[in-house]
Design a protein around this ligand. Structure first.
Ligand code: G3I
Length: 382
């Protein structure tokens, strides 16, 4: 038992004595948490003895267009990840052009408010402009030239925030669903060792930052095997990797949570941190035959039957969502010696990518904070 948990257990025991409770199961059940009304709770307080609790922050949110969102984020979470502002296409849109406006604002805000910041992301097959892979004639770069370009980018971006960013998602989504390495311009031009170089360059640029591999559907046994091979390959070569981020873009019936638990245990056994990095649970039906997860190239035309709750979530579905979140958090709390952070992919249901994926323009309810910026009623039970 964690020291803090022991303290709470003692305090709870003392409070039931002070209240004159007998030790029937019914009377000893309520905890300090469940006695609090949801509006008095904060997520960061609720899970303070378990793990850091975080959210993604958008450009609009950090640049002041949505001050209420930012207030909620500050009150509820103790770690932030930029949703898009540090992706290559945003921060380095052209060869000689960097746009640090949103990233700088986020780094400053996080420092002022003692929030832990996780940079996202240095090397990804997606959201990376075509010019990155081409010379000035539009021809594919050589391996050496692309490695140099990757190194310059990492030096400039990770180096700029050296000692001010807690960690980096160094490589994002490099694996296929079967655990093999995804074919991308990175892997085609450089070779499979592009991942090794990305981690080496990140270590050189930001020697004190934690360095992570981040991907979706990491609960799948075959993808898990690929991720473990990736981790072990880096470790065997003495290349620093500190953690693995399990994105968790789930739904009410996917995935089977025992697979998530098995993955947490397996990743932890490699000796690195395990984090849930992009948690959200969609309540909407998912088109049959399509891969759930987070492949953003999936873009299906809007069909009303896949958007059943445009005017509000029926209470029975909200109850199902609460039960699902409870099952997820029961596993995460059970393994809180292995899970160091849980980050939600967005602050509230009002602005979540799930409203637009895999169909644009739906109304989803995947987070713990509703469209009025209130914690959902079931949060106190998590
Ligand atoms: O800001 C522009 C807006 O000006 C324009 O009018 C509009 C038209 O489409 O696009 C807006 O940008 C969109 C942006 O989200 C902000 O909403 C981009 O098109 C859209 O591609 C972008 O999607 C982001 C996606 O990554 C791709 O970068 C999502 O916000 C973001 O939540 C999502 O995050 C990813 C993680 O980085 C990696 N794991 C999966 C996760 C979900 O896809």
């Amino acid at each position: 038992m964690h020291k803090n948990k022991l303290t709470i257990a003692i305090l709870l025991g003392m409070s039931s004595l002070a209240l004159g409770c007998n030790d029937s199961a019914e009377q000893s059940k309520p905890t300090l948490k469940s006695q609090k009304a949801p509006d008095q709770l904060t997520l960061k307080a609720q899970f303070k003895d378990n793990f850091k609790i975080g959210t993604a922050i958008s450009r609009d949110q950090i640049l002041g267009a949505l001050p209420e969102d930012l207030n909620v984020a500050k009150a509820q979470f103790n770690t932030f990840t930029p949703e898009n502002s540090m992706k290559w296409e945003r921060i380095h849109p052209e060869l000689e052009t960097y746009d640090f406006e949103a990233a700088d604002a986020l780094v400053e805000y996080a420092q002022e408010n003692s929030q832990e910041l996780v940079g996202h992301t240095l090397v990804w097959h997606s959201q990376t402009p075509d010019w990155v892979f081409e010379d000035d004639q539009g021809e594919p770069l050589t391996r050496d030239a692309l490695l140099k370009r990757m190194q310059n980018h990492i030096n400039t971006v990770a180096g700029r925030y050296k000692n001010r960013i807690f960690a980096w998602d160094v490589v994002n989504e490099a694996l296929n669903e079967d655990g093999t390495l995804r074919e991308s311009k990175w892997s085609t031009i450089i070779g499979d060792d592009f991942i090794e170089y990305a981690f080496k360059y990140a270590k050189q640029a930001a020697p004190n930052a934690k360095l992570y591999y981040n991907d979706y559907n990491l609960y799948k046994p075959e993808k898990r095997a690929g991720a473990i091979a990736l981790i072990k390959n880096l470790q065997s070569k003495g290349i620093q990797i500190d953690g693995i981020g399990m994105q968790a873009h789930y739904s009410l019936d996917n995935p089977e949570l025992s697979l998530m638990e098995d993955s947490i245990v397996a990743y932890a056994a490699t000796g690195i941190d395990v984090m849930i990095t992009e948690l959200d649970i969609s309540v909407l039906p998912f088109p049959e035959g399509e891969e759930q997860g987070a492949d953003i190239s999936l873009d299906i035309a809007l069909q009303e039957r896949f958007n059943p709750y445009p005017d509000g979530l029926p209470s029975e579905v909200n109850t199902q969502l609460g039960e699902r979140y409870k099952a997820v958090f029961n596993i995460l709390k059970k393994h809180d010696d292995k899970v160091s952070r849980v980050t939600f992919w967005g602050i509230s249901d009002a602005r979540t990518w799930r409203n637009d994926w895999p169909m644009q323009g739906r109304t989803d309810y995947p987070l713990l904070i509703d469209r009025e910026l209130k914690l959902k009623s079931f949060v106190s039970d998590l």
